[in-house]
Unconditional design. Structure first.
Length: 172
């Protein structure tokens, strides 16, 4: 039997938001233990305020936990090494309005450290897979929410990261 690598692991992960407007500190995440293996699809389900987006932001290195640990393929979160392993689509992706999808993927390819040949390959691959060619030279400014989501999904896949995290993927 083949061994399965742990892609995401948390141990006793906690996040408490500090006092706000005279309210007591509020624990949003308490003692989350989680193991997600390579090639698995995992979804968070829960009511508003349950800690789903907080967990995602911690795993992406966008927010620090107050306690516990998180790892992506063994790399401690937050760290540059862990961040390189993750593609992330936020619920409401934001893009530079004056750029086109092709320019946007070029920009994110540079941020990922891809050379010109690899960035061209990524455009070819992602524009084909996500049907972006017809809108390649249109400015993002006029895009619908659904078109922005599709572009955001392409951005999350730039560089073919081994972990892709989608926050509210059905939105738009």
């Amino acid at each position: 039997m083949a061994t399965r690598n742990i892609a995401i692991e948390t141990n006793d992960l906690s996040k408490i938001y500090r006092r706000h407007l005279g309210r007591k500190p509020k624990p949003t995440l308490e003692g989350l233990d989680l193991q997600i293996f390579e090639n698995e699809i995992y979804g968070f389900l829960g009511k508003n305020g349950a800690g789903k987006t907080t967990t995602i932001k911690i795993l992406c290195g966008l927010m620090k936990a107050n306690g516990g640990t998180a790892r992506i393929f063994g790399e401690r979160v937050p760290s540059r090494e862990a961040r390189k392993l993750v593609g992330y689509l936020p619920e409401n992706p934001y893009f530079y309005e004056y750029l086109t999808p092709k320019e946007t993927l070029e920009f994110y390819g540079k941020l990922r450290g891809l050379d010109a040949k690899a960035r061209a390959h990524e455009w070819d691959r992602l524009s084909e897979d996500l049907d972006l060619r017809a809108i390649a030279d249109q400015r993002v400014r006029g895009f619908s929410k659904g078109m922005r989501q599709r572009l955001g999904f392409a951005v999350a896949l730039v560089g073919n990261p081994p972990v892709v995290i989608l926050d509210e993927p059905m939105s738009g």
